[in-house]
Ligand binder design. Sequence first.
Ligand code: NAG
Ligand code: NAG
Ligand code: NAG
Ligand code: NAG
Ligand code: NAG
Ligand code: NAG
Length: 409
Amino acid sequence: PLTQNVTVVEGGTANLTCRVDQNDNTSLQWSNPAQQTLYFDDKKALRDNRIELVRASWHELSISVSDVSLSDEGQYTCSLFTMPVKTSKAFLTVLGVPEKPQISGFTSPVMEGERMQLTCKTSGSKPAADIRWFKNDKEIKDVKYLKEEDANRRTFTVSSTLDFRADRSDDGAVVSCRVDHESLNSTPQIARQVLEIHYTPSVKIISSSSWPEEGQSIVLTCESKGKPLPEPVLWTKDGGELPDPERMIVNGRDLRISFLNKTDNGTYRCEATNPIGQNSTEYVLIVHDVSNTLLPIIVIPSLTTATVTTTVALTTSTATSATAINTRDPNALAGQTGPDHALIGGIVAVVVFVTLCSIILLGRYLARHKGTYLTNEAKGAEDAPDADTAIINAEGSQVNAEEKKEYFI
Ligand SMILES: *[C@@H]1O[C@H](CO)[C@@H](O)[C@H](O)[C@H]1NC(C)=O
Ligand SMILES: *[C@@H]1O[C@H](CO)[C@@H](O)[C@H](O)[C@H]1NC(C)=O
Ligand SMILES: *[C@@H]1O[C@H](CO)[C@@H](O)[C@H](O)[C@H]1NC(C)=O
Ligand SMILES: *[C@@H]1O[C@H](CO)[C@@H](O)[C@H](O)[C@H]1NC(C)=O
Ligand SMILES: *[C@@H]1O[C@H](CO)[C@@H](O)[C@H](O)[C@H]1NC(C)=O
Ligand SMILES: *[C@@H]1O[C@H](CO)[C@@H](O)[C@H](O)[C@H]1NC(C)=O
């Protein structure tokens, strides 16, 4: 007879099959590890509802054992009653399914810096199950593993201990204990625990402006972390209360100072407190002069650029205008507002200056023409006794005078 070893998960069904190639109507029999006969051909011998006949023929005797328990494990024998009797043995292996793992040793909350020992335990596995730890899906390798035999002396209780010092970065982390076992059909049993770690606040001030100027407003944001969350935060200036509550408005973590003024210079402190402790940080505010920007005049040049080319006086006037800007505010060009702004400001100033110069020159040119015209008309009329004679005596004819008048208009 031919048989095969069988492995079955506790509670499952095991099929025991015995085959023979040649048989002259000789009987086949299955017996259990205690040498009790289970089936003799198609006749049931042992009163056990879990054992049933699957197939009985001259070349096969198959039986099934349902709801297998750990005690069913052992060597089963198939016998062919020839002379002498021929046998074949099949080993039935029963796997113990690990229980759902439990994590113990967790206390909540834990203070930062404290030692934490988490133990994950699972009983009932056969063979002993494998336990692994993960923190946010990343495996932790350095753990202690312990294996104990259960009271039934067949299965095992396995446990694993994770030992670490609580850190603020672990707050909210998910620690999981994963049990892998051949009886679990590659779907591991997992126990999870979310860590809660309390720690002192940390604070940071973020400024809305890197170059606060007079008249502007600024928002200082106090970013504080901590567990429990430190709220509200406390804002002070130079060790005292905020001096001007009308312009200095605290809204949650934000301190907003509007219409900055040089008296606002000083050290601003943000303090965050939670039940674990306190922390603070400072920001030194320096209110700067309003930078001398010429940008608002930008509109004019594009309309009048065409007139710029007319006069020779331009070169010198460009030079003077540049000097004028330099003397007016040495910082404007070396600029904290940035070299680009200063450059643009300078160019715009030059263009505007040149434009204004050309307009003035044009005006003066026209005005001078008007003067010449009047003088010409008066020539020859100086000695006339009355207006009529003056017109008649005048050098220019009536037609000429009219042309000039039109031109003037
Ligand atoms: C055992 O045999 C029965 C009947 O042939 C079949 O339905 C079942 O799937 C078998 N079980 C195993 C574990 O092979
Ligand atoms: C086996 O038994 C059957 C009847 O039960 C018979 O017909 C057959 O000839 C027998 N075979 C042998 C090889 O004895
Ligand atoms: C069946 O199991 C037994 C005991 O575990 C072992 O000695 C034997 O080699 C196995 N036979 C086969 C065919 O795997
Ligand atoms: C205060 O916060 C800073 C970081 O913002 C941190 O380095 C420091 O340790 C904290 N102080 C205390 C007493 O927690
Ligand atoms: C600046 O603020 C102070 C008090 O906050 C006020 O007395 C002073 O007039 C302000 N100066 C200007 C230029 O606004
Ligand atoms: C504020 O700081 C600016 C820049 O350092 C300085 O020019 C100004 O005099 C300071 N004003 C006061 C009142 O301290």
